[in-house]
Design a binder for this molecule. Structure first.
Ligand code: FAD
Length: 463
C-alpha cells in the first residue's frame, strides 16, 4: 500500500506542466529496486527525476511513483592525478566543480545552470557552450551503472551499444545510479572572454565561423524584437581557458557569485524587478537597452571572468523564473544544420513578430553531431527561446511553436526533450527517424512491463 503522504505536486522548470505523484527519495540501488516492486504491486508506473531543471514534462509523471535521485549524492572516489571522478548519479554539476576545481579540474561540459544532477544531465545528454568542440556530457563518461526495471544492474562503457541508448533516453530505459567521469584539466579558475556586438544575422554567423576552430566556448544572445536590417542583432561571447597556473583563482569560494548586483542591490530581489518588466513592452525595452550596452561598454574587448560567472549566468538571479508567474514559461530550442540555420532562425523570429509573441530571450550556440540514440545535436546551430505563457496566449503560442516545428523538420532540424513542451507525436517520430523503433525494441526488452514512463513519453507516444 503506497502512503498517500508521499503525494506531492511536481513541475517542470518552466512551471507550465505539473503532476501529482508519489515522491520517493532513495539513497541506494536496493531502495530503487524496492520502489519498482512497490509500483508493480500497486499497478502503477515509475518516473525518474533529478534536480527538476528540464523545462517541460520530461521529469514528471502523473500518478506515478516518482524517484527523486537527489539524495544519491555521494562522491565515491577522486583521482587528482588523472581527473577521474566516480560518483552517485545525484551528484550535481555544482558538486563537481566545488570538489575538483582546487585540484585543477572543471566539468568537461556544463549547462547554463550548475544545479542539474549527473543522472538528469545524462538522461537528456546535455550540452554546453563548448558543444562544437567537446560534444555532450555523455561523451566524457568512462563507465556508469544502470539499474533496469527488470532488476538487472549493468555497468556500461562506450563499447556497449546500450551506453549510447540509455544516455539521452530521457529516463525511459533505466536508472543511472553511478557515473565515472573524466574531468577537464584547467590551469586557472578564470577564462579570457571576448565580447563583440553583432548588428544582424550575417554578423552573428560570421562571428561563430571566425572563432569555431580556435575557441573553447562560444555563445551569443539574440534580440528577438529587432526587425528589418537590425534583425538578428545581439552579442557574441567567445572564451578561452588560460595556460598559466593560478591556484588562487581555483579556490571554490573565489568563484562564488556575488550576493549583490552592481555592488548594492541584493540579487535575491532581482526577480521582483524582472517581474515588473516581464511583458512585451518591458522586454522590448530591455533587449534594446542590452543591445545598446553591448555595442558600447566592453565591446570588442577581452576580459577576465571566473569560470562560474561565465558558465552560469542565469544562476546570478535566484528564482528568476518567478518573474514568469503565474502562467510560467516554455523554453523552445531547435537545432538546424549549418547551411540552413540563418534562414530558419530568421524566419522563426519573423513568425514570432507576426504573432506578437517574441521570445524574451534568444540564445545561439554552435553544435556537432553525436551518436546517442535520442541525440538533439547536428552539425549546425541551435537557438533557444523563452516564451511567457498566459491563459490568453497559450493556444496561439502552441500554434506558433507548431509552425516553427514544421520549419525545423523541413530543414532536417532536431529538437531537445529537455527544452520541449510543444512537440506532437508525429514531430518526434519524424526527427528521431530510425532511433524511435530502435528505442521501442530496447524498451520491450529492458522494461517489458513498461514501468518507466514520463508525461513527455506519454505526450509523444514514445513507448
Ligand atoms: C537555467 C537553465 C539553463 C540550462 N542550460 C542548459 C544548457 O546550456 N544545455 C543543456 O543541454 N541543457 C540546459 N538546461 C537543461 C538541463 O540541463 C537539463 O534539463 C538537465 O537534464 C537537467 O538535469 P536534472 O538533474 O534537473 O534532471 P531532470 O530535469 O529532473 O530530469 C531530466 C531527465 O533525466 C531523467 N533522469 C533523471 N535522473 C535520472 C537517472 N538517475 N537515470 C536516468 N534518467 C534520469 C528524467 O526522467 C528526465 O527525463 C538548462 C536548464 C535550466 C533551468
Amino acid at each position: 500500500m503506497i502512503s498517500t503522504q508521499r503525494i506531492a505536486r511536481v513541475a517542470g522548470y518552466g512551471m507550465t506542466q505539473a503532476a501529482d505523484a508519489y515522491v520517493y527519495r532513495p539513497t541506494c540501488v536496493e531502495e530503487i529496486n524496492k520502489i519498482f516492486d512497490e509500483a508493480r504491486t500497486a499497478g502503477r508506473k515509475v518516473t525518474l527525476r533529478g534536480a527538476g531543471r528540464s523545462y517541460g514534462d520530461g521529469n514528471i509523471g502523473s500518478e506515478t511513483l516518482l524517484i527523486d535521485i537527489t539524495r544519491m549524492n555521494r562522491i565515491l572516489s577522486w583521482d587528482a592525478s588523472t581527473g577521474i571522478i566516480d560518483c552517485q548519479s545525484g551528484v550535481t554539476i555544482e558538486n563537481l566543480w566545488r570538489f575538483c576545481l582546487e585540484d585543477g579540474y572543471w566539468p568537461p561540459v556544463v549547462t547554463g545552470t550548475m544545479y542539474p544532477t549527473l543522472g538528469g544531465a545524462l538522461g537528456m545528454n546535455v550540452h554546453g557552450k563548448n558543444n562544437y568542440c567537446q560534444g555532450t556530457m555523455g561523451e566524457h563518461v568512462i563507465d556508469m551503472d544502470v539499474l533496469f526495471p527488470n532488476g538487472e544492474l549493468k555497468t556500461l562503457t562506450k563499447d556497449d551499444d546500450l551506453f549510447y541508448a540509455v544516455i539521452s533516453s530521457a529516463g525511459l530505459l533505466g536508472v543511472i545510479t553511478r557515473v565515472k567521469l573524466q574531468m577537464h584539466h584547467v590551469a586557472s579558475g578564470n577564462v579570457d572572454v571576448w565580447a563583440e556586438a553583432a548588428q544582424n544575422w550575417d554578423e552573428q554567423f560570421a562571428l561563430f565561423e571566425k572563432y569555431e576552430h580556435n575557441s573553447d566556448y562560444m555563445v551569443s544572445w539574440v534580440d528577438c524584437f529587432a526587425k528589418g536590417a537590425k534583425a538578428g542583432r545581439g552579442q557574441f561571447h567567445g572564451a578561452w581557458y588560460k595556460d598559466r597556473e593560478d591556484l588562487a583563482s581555483r579556490v571554490a569560494e573565489k568563484q562564488d557569485l556575488p550576493a549583490l548586483i552592481l555592488g548594492f542591490f541584493p540579487k535575491s530581489l532581482v526577480w521582483k524587478v524582472l517581474k515588473l518588466v516581464c511583458n512585451r513592452p518591458g522586454m522590448r525595452f530591455l533587449n534594446a537597452a542590452k543591445q545598446f550596452a553591448s555595442s558600447t561598454i566592453g565591446n570588442n574587448k577581452m576580459h577576465d571572468q571566473s569560470l562560474v560567472a561565465f558558465s552560469f549566468l542565469l544562476d546570478y538571479v535566484p528564482d528568476w523564473r518567478k518573474a514568469y508567474e503565474p502562467g510560467g514559461f516554455i523554453q523552445y530550442q531547435t537545432f538546424i544544420p549549418k547551411e540552413h540555420a540563418k534562414a530558419v532562425f530568421a524566419e522563426q523570429v519573423r513568425l514570432q513578430q507576426e504573432y506578437k509573441l517574441e521570445s524574451f530571450l534568444g540564445v545561439l550556440k554552435r553544435h556537432r553531431p553525436d551518436k546517442f540514440l535520442f541525440s538533439h545535436a547536428v552539425d549546425g546551430y541551435s537557438m533557444a527561446l523563452d516564451f511567457k505563457v498566459t491563459a490568453k496566449n497559450r493556444v496561439r503560442l502552441w500554434e506558433l511553436a507548431h509552425k516553427m516545428n514544421d520549419l525545423t523538420l523541413k530543414h532536417s532540424g532536431r529538437f531537445y526533450f529537455a527544452k520541449d513542451s510543444t512537440l506532437r507525436p508525429e514531430d518526434a517520430a519524424e526527427y528521431l527517424g530510425e532511433g524511435l523503433p530502435k528505442f521501442r525494441k530496447l524498451k520491450s526488452k529492458l522494461d517489458p512491463e513498461g514501468l518507466l514512463v514520463s508525461d513527455l513519453g506519454r505526450r509523444l507516444k514514445l513507448s
